[in-house]
Write a protein that binds this ligand. Structure first.
Ligand SMILES: [Zn+2]
Length: 165
């Protein structure tokens, strides 16, 4: 099981580096990410969340054919139509909030062998992809909230998760 980094850790705010080696180390890490995510009841997990500042993430919506690793992803198209959905994040436990995002996206990425693929996603899969993709740019879903709401929420979160000295 991998440690999940939480709000306040610098790695969550860094811009990530492209993956260049598609070796067994990457495959093992991605397997461990799927396990860690499933154990934590998450539906997506990005590399910065396990302390690795690289461009990849995994998703598993628990729907058929929606257990996917995305390496060096680029979202190349987003729909004009947007929707609201209550998001959470394994790196900000206990915090949930309605976030507006495009309803569908087209994403290009590589698989664990380095093979390129393109996927058009809608629904929950499109939602998770956008949330995880944000992580690769140091963006968290709370950044997409209104300022007042975010400040309140982060204050409450920090009170609850005050680090012991
Ligand atoms: Zn997240």
């Amino acid at each position: 099981m991998l440690d999940i980094y939480t709000l306040g850790e610098d790695v969550l705010r860094e811009k990530t580096q492209r993956v260049t080696e598609f070796d067994s180390g990457l495959a093992i890490l991605i397997d461990a990410m799927f396990e860690t995510m499933q154990e934590a009841d998450g539906i997506g997990l990005a590399a910065p969340q396990i302390g690795v500042s690289k461009r990849f993430f995994v998703v598993d919506t628990r729907r058929p054919n929606e257990q996917i690793a995305f390496i060096n992803p680029e979202i190349i198209e987003t729909s004009h139509e947007v929707g609201t959905y209550e998001e959470g994040c394994l790196s900000i436990p206990g915090v949930y909030y309605d976030i507006v995002r495009p309803l569908s996206v087209t994403i290009q990425a590589q698989d664990i062998h380095g093979k390129a693929f393109t996927l058009k996603a809608t629904d929950l899969l499109a939602r998770v992809i956008q949330h995880e993709y944000d992580h690769l740019n140091g963006t968290l879903f709370i950044d997409r909230m209104e300022d007042d709401a975010r400040e309140k929420l982060v204050k409450a979160y920090n009170r609850k998760h005050k680090k012991r000295r």
